[in-house]
Structure formats: structure tokens, C-alpha cells
Ligand binder design. Structure first.
Ligand code: DON
Length: 563
């Protein structure tokens, strides 16, 4: 039958906005759920949960599996943050961010004339901070896990030694970074097969990485920081003019910190403290927006208000944020409701996109990355974001050990005031110093729904990669659930936008409507359209029924699975 034109148009409209309007539901599970950016890694987490592991066991399993199957960002040569919230209400933030080597200096990436040396903080051995992932995952397992490091590492070791099927995304990613990876013999051999690129459907085996993982499973983190792997890292550093020493490795420690806690419209939110800027930025924006009527999602009115909140939080990020073990970060002031009220007043009085500088936080008394989320049957939750920084990190593989090293040193302000890889302008608070941890935007977050007269209930576990865009992605997905009442999959799928103060441009996904884009432009915003922002992997819990809903971002190649 020939459709009448108006109906045909309506159907076309529905199809074009399909992920948002039609089906495309989150994955439902009665007991437990894992969402990660790679399917074998998600399966590794589910395997451990089914074998009696808790959410932390599963999270550690996913972390090691991603190091095998998602070398773009999954790693043992990088670092990150794990936010744990147990069903008992206890929570912890495991900071396993890379640290600057002890020989690092303030101006190490500048030439004698004071100019940035191109790529020095991005490619090769000098770009790497002391890796934290193995220390962080081992600490999480020892403190909160049930089944032990050897068991949770089994899936990763199997994937490395038996191999796994190369996905379209992995094949394309490796080829896309062939210039960087091709600079280093071991990387060229393992990841580029000396120029015979891996094709989708082929099997990728990594025997050296399997051996490295087996050593860690048997000997714990000491194998990496004091034993044979430390020797291999030190040898690769010497050969490639890097500065990470055996002493740097032996001294590295993952740190347990207290998560930042914020409150927003009946939700209690746990998020990342320094050396991440994520929690501070997220709470500053939520506080500014809290009493405002945001209207409809992706409308001019909601976007304008959110963009103005983003500009203010990112201006403050540039000025004040750094590793709080080295510099004083006014966390309480920046996240106070009073400071937000002051910023909100100024924001509502100003024209859109009016020039602004970092604010003066009110003094306060007292006080290429990948994300995955896990919830287990008891209600324990883990939100983990970790990274090599750029895709495939520094490009340098530790010889004989089969894993890539990070280029996290680029997250420092190599020259305060000059933009980094993500265009983020940062200040002296984030300058380089020995052992200091570079400022991050990674924002692993857990949202609890306040219950009248009771303990808050677990509601949403989320996070994303995306460099400087991460904090805004978390903000938007969180608001989509908390304010716009979307389900987890709708919230993760909905169009995204981003502003980071400098450069003075609003990045919007192509799926934002022309109408809205026109109005933003008329108001004075400079727009840049992009294909996709972030890769949010989320798990939502329905507090009334306990059902878990996993949502993997359609912008990525991930998978949510549970039972
Ligand atoms: O810690 C950070 O903020 C960055 N190193 C994250 C890098 C990232 O998200 C790359 N992925 N797109």
C-alpha cells in the first residue's frame, strides 16, 4: 500500500530520531549488570559476577580485560579512578592516576626559547607518567574484592593468550594510529603486525601481554612495581630517553580518597575529587542549575543555561584545579551553594557568551580513556574511568612486556596558559612537579536517590571518556535522568553539547536540531558541529523494583549485559 505523504513523513521522522523515540531500550537484569566500551570485557565482568564475585571483583576483571581487548584506552600502562559504593553505604575513591617521575621538571617540555616542543608530552617515553592501573586494581581487589586477583585476572589472561576476534572498531583504530604506533618497533610488531594490518574478524593474540598478566596474577602488583616488569619498564625508558626510574615505580602508590559528595534536587551524588576536576566541575554546574527551570532537553532555553554554567565551571577549572596534595584547591568554595548562587545571579544578568574570567569562590568554613559501570546483586556499585590519555597513549610498548605506556604528562599545563591536547587551558596549579599527579577531567560518578526517612538508594552509575568533554557528558546524562526523566538508554543516547570556556565555542552533535542551533547562533554563540561526544557506559537501578538497566553508548562499540 502506498502511504499517504503526511504519514510517510511522520514515519521518516520517527526513524530519523529512532534511538530517542522508538524502543532501543536499556538491557534489563534482575540481579547484576556491567556496561563497558568493549564486549569481551563486559563478558569478563559478567563471568566473574556469575562465579560469585562482587561488583569490585567484576570491575577489576573488566579493567584487566580492557587492557587486552581495547588497547586504545584499556591499559595496565596508564591510570585512572575507581569510585566504589558498597550496599552498606560505605564509599571510597581509589586514585590510581599516573604520577610525574621524580626527574620531571616544570619546563621539561619547553625548548630554550620557552616554546612547547611539539609532541614531547604526547609521544614516546618522555610523555609517560608512572603508571597506576596495576596498583589501583590490585588495591581495589585486596580491599573490597571477594574472589582474589588470580581469579579475576583469568578472563584477561585467556583473552591475551588464546586471542579474540578483532572488531571493526579495533581494526580501524589500530590503522588510524599507525603513524604513532609505527614509530616504535615493539608497537609496530604487536599492534600493526609490521604493516600487515589486522582486519575485522581475525584473531588477535598477545602472548607477551599474557605472560605479563600471569606474573601480576601470581605475584600481585609487586611484579609490576618491583619485579620483572619494573625491570622491563626501566629498560624501555633508558632505551627511549624516558625518565621513569625503578625508584619511581617502587614508590608509586594508589591512594584511597574520600569521594566528593553533592546534593541536587533530591539526589545525593558521589563523584571524583582532585586530582580530577570532574567532581568539582560537576557540582559547580549542578549547583548553578539547581533552582532554574530547564524547560525541555536540547531546547534553546536548557542549552543556553547549561552552556553558561559550563563556561563558568571550566573557567574556574583552569584557574584553581590541580593535584590537591601539591597545591591548595578551594574545593569547598567552588562547590558551595552560595558561590553557585552568586555565579547564577551574574549569569542571568549577563548577555549569552559575555566574556568572563574565573570567579572568586566564596571562602568556605570547614570545609582516549574508557569508562565502565558495574552493579552486583547485593547493590554494590563501581564506577571506573581509566586511560592512556590519547588513543594508544604514548605509542611506546614496553619491550618484552606487550603493553603500551600512557602519555598522561600532557594533562599537566606544560606551559601554563597554552592549551593541551584537548584544548584545555590550565594554570600554575596544574604545572609539572616531581611525583605530582596531572589534573584530570575523568568523572566516575554514582547517583543515589534520596528516600524520605531512609538511606538514599542507588540510582545511577555513570562516566565517560572524552578528555575535557567528560564532565559535561556526565552532567548531561545525569540531568537527562534526574530532571528530564529519561531511562538510562535514552539519557545516554540523547544529543550532547560541550563548552569548556576556552576556546569560546560551543561544540554540538549533529543530532541537535537546526532550530535550536539557529537560536544559539542568534544569541551570539559560536557553534562547531561534531559527530559524537563521549562514550557513556551507565547502569541505572530502579529503586522501587531493584531491576538493573544497562546502557551502552551508541557512539561507541560497547555492550551492556547482566542477568
Ligand atoms: O584524565 C583526563 O582528563 C584525560 N587524560 C582523559 C583522556 C580522554 O578522555 C581521552 N579520550 N577521549
Amino acid at each position: 500500500m502506498r502511504l499517504r505523504r503526511p504519514l510517510a513523513l511522520t514515519l521518516l521522522g520517527l526513524i530519523l530520531t529512532a534511538p530517542f523515540v522508538l524502543g532501543f531500550s536499556p538491557v534489563a537484569g534482575r540481579h547484576a549488570m556491567v556496561a563497558s566500551s568493549e564486549s569481551h570485557a563486559t563478558d569478563a565482568g559478567v563471568e566473574i559476577l556469575r562465579a560469585g564475585g562482587n561488583a569490585v571483583d567484576a570491575a577489576v576483571a573488566v579493567g584487566f580485560a580492557l587492557a587486552v581487548t581495547h588497547p586504545f584506552a584499556g591499559n595496565i600502562g596508564g591510570g585512572g579512578f575507581m569510585l566504589v559504593r558498597l550496599a552498606t553505604g560505605e564509599s571510597a575513591f581509589i586514585d590510581y592516576r599516573e604520577a610525574a617521575p621524580s626527574a620531571a621538571t616544570h619546563n621539561m617540555y619547553l625548548d630554550p626559547a620557552g616554546n612547547l616542543i611539539p609532541d614531547a608530552s604526547l609521544v614516546g617515553a618522555l610523555a609517560s607518567g608512572v603508571p597506576g592501573t596495576v596498583a589501583g586494581l590490585a588495591l581495589a581487589e585486596q580491599k573490597y574484592g571477594k574472589v582474589g586477583l588470580a581469579r579475576v585476572m583469568e578472563p584477561a589472561i585467556r583473552l591475551a593468550s588464546d586471542g579474540f576476534e578483532v572488531s571493526y572498531d579495533l581494526a580501524r583504530g589500530l590503522r588510524g594510529e599507525s603513524q604513532k604506533l609505527g614509530k616504535f618497533g615493539e608497537s609496530r610488531r604487536i599492534f600493526l603486525r609490521d604493516g600487515t594490518f589486522y582486519e575485522a574478524g581475525e584473531t588477535f593474540r598477545q602472548p607477551k601481554l599474557a605472560h605479563t598478566l600471569t606474573l601480576i596474577a601470581a605475584q600481585g602488583a609487586d611484579a609490576f612495581y618491583r619485579g620483572p616488569i619494573a625491570d622491563q619498564i626501566a629498560a624501555s625508558m633508558e632505551k627511549n630517553h624516558g625518565i621513569i626510574s625503578r625508584a619511581d615505580l617502587a614508590q608509586y602508590q594508589a591512594k584511597i580518597r574520600t569521594p566528593l559528595v553533592g546534593h541536587f534536587r533530591g539526589f545525593t551524588i558521589l563523584s571524583a575529587p582532585p586530582p580530577s576536576s570532574g567532581g568539582v566541575g560537576l557540582f559547580e554546574m549542578l549547583n548553578i542549575l539547581e533552582p532554574l527551570d530547564l524547560g525541555a532537553p536540547d531546547s534553546y532555553s536548557s542549552m543556553h543555561l547549561m552552556i553558561e554554567a559550563m563556561r563558568r565551571a571550566y573557567a574556574d577549572r583552569a584557574e584553581y584545579l590541580g593535584d590537591a596534595d601539591f597545591v591548595t584547591v578551594p574545593v569547598a568554595g567552588l562547590t558551595s551553594k552560595d558561590y553557585a548562587a552568586k555565579l547564577r545571579g551574574e549569569m542571568l544578568a549577563a548577555k549569552p557568551d559575555a566574556p568572563l574570567q574565573a570567579g572568586q569562590p566564596v571562602p568556605y568554613e570547614s570545609s582516549t580513556t574508557t569508562h565502565y559501570s558495574v552493579v552486583d546483586a547485593e547493590g554494590n556499585a563501581v564506577s571506573n574511568t581509566y586511560t592512556l590519555n590519547a588513543g594508544y597513549g604514548s605509542g611506546l610498548t614496553v619491550e618484552g612486556a606487550g603493553f603500551l605506556l600512557n602519555d598522561e604528562m600532557d594533562d599537566f599545563a606544560a606551559k601554563p596558559g597554552s592549551p593541551n591536547l584537548f584544548g584545555l587551558v590550565q594554570g600554575e596549579a596544574n604545572s609539572i612537579a616531581p611525583r605530582k599527579r596531572p589534573l584530570s577531567s575523568m568523572t566516575p560518578t554514582i547517583v543515589l536517590q534520596d528516600q524520605p526517612g531512609g538511606q538514599p538508594a542507588l540510582r545511577l552509575v555513570l562516566g565517560s571518556p572524552g578528555g575535557g568533554t567528560i564532565i559535561n557528558t556526565v552532567l548531561e546524562v545525569l540531568l537527562n535522568v534526574a530532571v528530564f526523566h529519561m531511562d538510562a538508554q535514552q539519557a545516554v543516547t540523547a544529543p550532547r553539547f560541550h563548552n569548556q570556556w576556552l576556546p569560546d565555542v560551543v561544540v554540538i552533535e549533529k543530532s541537535i536540531s537546526e532550530d535550536t542551533a539557529d537560536r544559539l547562533q542568534q544569541a551570539g554563540y559560536k557553534l562547531r558541529r561534531v559527530g559524537g561526544i563521549g562514550d557513556c557506559e551507565a547502569v541505572e537501578v530502579d529503586p522501587a523494583t531493584g531491576w538493573r538497566f544497562g546502557a551502552s553508548d551508541p557512539r561507541g562499540d560497547g555492550k551492556a549485559a547482566g542477568y
